[in-house]
Design a protein around this ligand. Structure first.
Ligand code: UDP
Length: 239
């Protein structure tokens, strides 16, 4: 991929925690994180400025912990800390590939990473460093999808890329319904109204109100990230 082929100069990539698990059912698969880090490094090497938000669902989710009897806010704090663990692992993997990377956390954990400060984040991006935004929004009762929408808008990303395990947004669950159709394009309000499995409503409303396009695509198809950034019609575009 030549630098001139790149359609987007600044992106926000959102990966769920589950994307890091591989075939396991908990934690991080080193081979999987290395493969994703390599794709991120390849993009960064072409001059694409990359902000990254990682989920924490491979370790803890507040809602799940609350179902087990834990205080919800404490559970959400554990979930946010889980995203910091994933972010540190990704920082290590991206730097081993040869790109510079900085984790910036919405919760203060100064011994392990920087605080999230918007102007400093933009400076990192301008210098070609991959910026990983950890600890979600820093508040309980939100998701990392909402954090990704928020950061995408704040850093002035041209597009938010939401990586999933399926090829885009479908009319129904393609695993259980063989007649489910994939959308090429979709309006924010249709996604919200039909409760389609894109992102939670808070995240979608933020993107809608600030005109942030979202492309939902399958990260497990090798080379898809590059295809998206070179402007190919991969997955579903929500706009
Ligand atoms: N979380 C939170 N506030 C945020 C973002 C995340 O409290 O702004 C907590 C919440 O408990 C959530 C967990 O962190 O369940 C992990 O994030 P998420 O479920 O979004 O991860 P993913 O599903 O993307 O792996």
């Amino acid at each position: 991929m030549e630098q001139s082929q790149v359609t987007f100069r600044r992106i926000l990539l959102k990966l769920s925690g589950e994307a890091l698990m591989g075939d396991g059912d908990y934690g991080i698969d080193p081979a999987v994180i290395r493969r994703i880090a390599q794709e991120i490094h390849d993009l960064a090497s072409k001059g694409v400025q990359i902000g990254l938000v990682l989920g924490g669902g491979n370790i803890f989710r507040g809602a799940g912990l609350a179902q087990g009897g834990m205080d919800r806010v404490t559970g959400d704090q554990m979930g946010m800390l889980a995203t910091v663990i994933n972010s540190l692992a990704m920082q290590d993997a991206v730097e081993k590939c040869g790109s510079q990377c900085r984790v910036m956390s919405a919760l203060k954990i100064n011994e392990v990473c920087e605080d999230y400060i918007r102007r400093r984040a933009i400076r990192h991006l301008e210098k070609g460093r991959v910026a990983i935004f950890a600890a979600g929004t820093g508040n309980p009762f939100f998701t990392t999808d909402s954090a990704a929408s928020l950061r995408a808008i704040e850093i002035g990303a041209e597009i938010m890329l939401k990586a999933t395990k399926v090829d885009g947004v479908y009319t129904d669950d393609p695993v259980t319904n063989p007649d489910a159709r994939r959308y090429d394009r979709l309006g924010y309000d249709e996604a919200i109204g039909k409760k389609l499995a894109v992102m939670d409503t808070t995240a979608l409303v933020l993107c809608r109100d600030h005109g942030m396009p979202v492309r939902v695509f399958n990260l497990h198809t090798a080379g898809n990230l590059v295809r998206v950034v070179t402007g190919e019609d991969v997955g579903t575009l929500v706009e």
